[in-house]
Design a protein around this ligand. Structure first.
Ligand code: MN
Length: 403
């Protein structure tokens, strides 16, 4: 490995996360866009003279990624290693820790350090710059149920396992006087905002870890939430390199370039990632959307469209796609509908099953059932009711869920 670059700026690291290789976007294949991000990443590392790359988890979208996704991850890490820039990768909740950690010791010899096992939390990768050593700790996604037991903790919470991980890191750091520290971690730190594309994050405070947990670390490179954000100058999310939900339509995606000086973060810069296709969220009457000249800028965007026509227009998606061929999601929110948008439960409370079924037919078909059809629907409801008497364990039709 070449000698560390000597500059006055300290150490420059690139922080990225949540690649989710293999993920698609409303059935649109994203692998080409993900490959374009990898090209951009390698170019940035070279052009910006990056000295450390941190990938803060969710390399893959799932525990068993498709072979094309594995090939792309392989290519990304191989190209970074060829630049002789150390890389620290942690496992996220979407990664299989065992699979991501395959041959980790062998790969480490090439400068790519995969940290997928909590056992290695206090075993840093040490990188030097002109100010001395920097210890880089990789904290993979910590599963509270597993680790509270393994670590004999009283609380099975994210906060408790994160605190214990930090205690172990701090204990190691205390044995290294004059060493600065970077931590990569995959968790939800309080104060940060989620999007619609982090699957299986728990809503509510129990999933969150207080930012104060990381006091004393010079830079905490987080993954897990998909929007770029800083919680403090020393703690940030890079976000995903691509938008994975329409809730991210207004976000700018990319990575953080972090310059670490002798006393911590000296400078943070965002590097925008290539945008494969813009995202748009449109709302209005179908005819207006098709005619509005201002919407020309969205003719090549991936679109989520909400139609407000009082009646569902015929062949709505087909007509939309004539102007907007990349419209992906169509939803209806008719004008004049009850704007308080009562829950399904509330809309059906106190009404009989046959009334609800007749209304459903009316809404879907845009014509009320005639007498003969009504009789048929009533008979069907009655048959179901009798079946229920025979099998009392079944739920009542009108015991709707939470809407
Ligand atoms: Mn993720």
């Amino acid at each position: 490995m070449s000698a560390p670059r000597r500059t006055v700026r300290g150490m420059r690291l690139l922080h990225t996360s949540d690649w989710h290789l293999g993920r698609s976007f409303h059935r649109e294949q994203l692998l080409d866009a993900q490959a374009a991000f990898v090209d951009h990443l390698v170019d940035t590392v070279r052009a910006e003279r990056v000295e450390l790359v941190v990938v803060a988890g969710d390399v893959y979208d799932r525990a068993l990624p498709p072979v094309d996704a594995v090939r792309l991850a392989d290519e990304a890490l191989t190209r970074l290693a060829a630049l002789r820039v150390p890389v620290v990768v942690i496992a996220g909740n979407h990664d299989s820790a065992r699979r991501l950690g395959f041959a980790a010791e062998l790969i480490a010899a090439a400068g790519v350090h995969v940290r997928s096992d909590p056992v290695d939390i206090a075993r840093p990768v040490v990188v030097d710059d002109e100010h001395g050593p920097v210890a880089v700790y990789g904290v993979p996604y910590l599963e509270p149920d597993v680790l509270a037991r393994a670590w004999d903790l009283a609380d099975r919470t994210h906060a408790a396992v994160a605190a214990e991980a930090m205690r172990r890191v701090a204990a190691d750091l205390a044995t290294r006087p004059g060493t600065r520290s970077v931590m990569a971690a995959h968790m939800w730190v309080s104060g940060a905002s989620p999007t619609d594309s982090e699957r299986d994050i728990t809503v509510g405070g129990v999933a969150q870890v207080p930012a104060t947990t990381f006091a004393g670390i010079d830079y905490v490179a987080l993954g897990h939430l998909h929007g770029r954000q800083q919680i403090s100058p020393a703690i940030g999310y890079s976000g995903s390199p691509l938008a994975y939900s329409f809730s991210e339509a207004r976000q700018r995606k990319g990575s953080w370039l972090v310059d670490l000086g002798p006393r911590g973060v000296r400078r943070l810069d965002h590097v925008d990632a290539p945008v494969p296709r813009r995202l748009g969220v449109l709302r209005g009457h179908l005819d207006a959307l098709l005619a509005d000249p201002a919407l020309a800028r969205h003719e090549h965007s991936w679109l989520q469209v909400t139609l407000t026509d009082p009646r569902r227009p015929a062949a709505a998606m087909e007509r939309l796609r004539r102007r907007f061929p990349h419209a992906l999601v169509l939803q209806l929110d008719p004008d004049g509908a009850d704007t308080s948008r009562p829950s399904w439960t509330r809309r059906i409370t106190g009404r009989s099953d046959p009334e609800i079924v007749r209304d459903f037919v009316h809404v879907v078909r845009e014509a009320a059932p005639d007498d003969e059809e009504s009789a048929l629907l009533d008979a069907a409801c009655s048959a179901v009711r009798h079946a229920r008497v025979d099998d009392p364990g079944r739920e009542r039709l009108t015991d709707g869920g939470s809407g």
